[in-house]
Design a protein around this ligand. Structure first.
Ligand code: DQA
Length: 145
């Protein structure tokens, strides 16, 4: 990773995109999502480094790895958004800008999804825009450079 890298981190269950609740998350797969990130980043002279894990500690390790010296982090923490103080603390330690992304509109869903531990420690949020939200987040990061 270098100063032109956008680190795109997807959390738990996002590996099941396309088959998981398509009425909520759509029919695109994680591979489609990651291809879209590569295309969006390349158009802006950036490179997307895309990763996914179902494990909270892996997400924390990757946020720490990207905390300085890159163009920014795009983070969809999945269910950990609503539970993880530890991931929030890792985001707080970042020197680079972090954008919180959610495919669905978490504020229009069950009450337990309305609170995000990440919102007040991230620089920007893109919520409820489907997988296009990732390109929006990458574009926003490019505009801050
Ligand atoms: O796994 C997810 C995906 C999600 O982050 C989204 O992208 O809409 C919303 C979360 O509430 C949920 O747990």
């Amino acid at each position: 990773m270098d100063e032109r890298t956008v680190l795109v981190i997807n959390g738990p269950n996002l590996n099941l995109l396309g088959e998981r609740e398509p009425e909520v998350y759509g029919h695109a797969t994680l591979a489609d999502l990651e291809d879209g990130c590569q295309v969006a980043a390349a158009a802006l002279g950036l490179t997307a480094d895309c990763r996914q894990s179902n494990h909270e500690g892996a997400l924390i390790d990757w946020v720490q790895e990207g905390r300085r010296g890159i163009a920014g982090i795009v983070l969809n923490a999945g269910g950990y958004t609503h539970t993880s103080v530890a991931l929030r603390d890792a985001v707080s330690a970042c020197r680079v800008l972090v954008v919180e992304v959610h495919i669905s509109d978490i504020h229009a869903r069950e009450p337990f999804r309305h609170h995000s531990y990440l919102t007040d420690v991230t620089a920007h949020q893109v919520i409820g825009r489907g997988i296009d939200g990732y390109a929006e987040a990458i574009t926003w990061l490019a505009e801050q450079r």
